[in-house]
Ligand binder design. Structure first.
Ligand code: GTB
Length: 217
């Protein structure tokens, strides 16, 4: 059954891979599933046809036959459940990998998004300069804990899993801030994720949309 995801016809990040279709593309590349992309505009995602797929009017969505999903955590989990390669077979190791997926979207991503909001949308507020260091410190506090847990391991719990895919995807958003470089093991973890052939294919595919040039495989 063919898989169709949605992505921006023109991503605000210009193809830096930060829009959330990249993590879904990455998961599909890791498990070797072909997929199609329906490109949508910012206007189209607020229209009834898209809202029927995504109640919050966002990308990405995922369609497979009569199944329609939204929320990247749920989409990546679905892909990982259906296809081998992203979750361990051992039941306990599988549960731990799923735990890391939740930790990525529920514990690490929120302060990172808050930092993005503070930097991009609140720069003109009179309290901005006072608030920014507080938000940065909330990010640092989570990164410090994550860095301590990762220690010198390659991945969060044994072999690469959907937990790492989600965590790397979430951390990528910090790249330009420079904060990640304060935690060399996390910076190296990110680089390991980006070096995976499946990530490179996913990145190239979304970049091609945003530059109009076909990906070179
Ligand atoms: N929790 C949802 C999920 O994980 O699927 C969040 C989905 C989401 O935020 N989607 C964004 C969206 O559709 C696109 S990725 N926004 C439109 C809207 O809400 O109206 C977010 C994004 C956009 C741009 C950059 N960037 O330029 O760096 C990074 C991330």
């Amino acid at each position: 059954m063919s898989i169709i995801i949605t992505a921006f016809e023109r991503s605000p990040d210009g193809g830096r891979g930060l829009a959330r279709d990249t993590r879904v593309r990455w998961a599909l590349e890791e498990v070797g599933q072909p997929y199609e992309v329906r490109l949508v505009s910012f206007r189209a995602i607020k229209e009834p046809a898209h809202l029927a797929l995504h109640p919050f009017g966002q990308i990405p969505t995922y369609e497979e036959g009569d199944l329609a999903l939204f929320e990247t955590g749920a989409i990546v989990f679905h892909i990982a459940q259906r296809h081998a390669g992203l979750l361990p077979v051992d039941a306990n190791a599988r549960a731990r990998a799923i735990t890391w997926m939740f930790a990525a979207v529920n514990t690490i991503e929120p302060p990172i998004l808050e930092l993005g909001t503070a930097r991009l949308l609140e720069g003109d507020k009179p309290w901005h300069n006072e608030r920014l260091p507080l938000v940065e410190d909330r990010v640092r506090s989570r990164l410090k804990q994550l860095s301590a847990r990762l220690d010198d391991a390659d991945w969060l719990d044994g072999a690469f899993s959907a937990g790492d895919l989600m965590m790397v995807s979430v951390l990528l958003r910090l790249r330009l801030s420079g904060i990640l470089d304060e935690y060399p093991n996390l910076a190296a973890y990110l680089a390991r994720g980006e070096a995976r052939p499946a990530y490179k294919r996913a990145f190239a595919a979304q970049l091609a949309v945003n530059t109009g040039k076909p990906p070179t495989r």
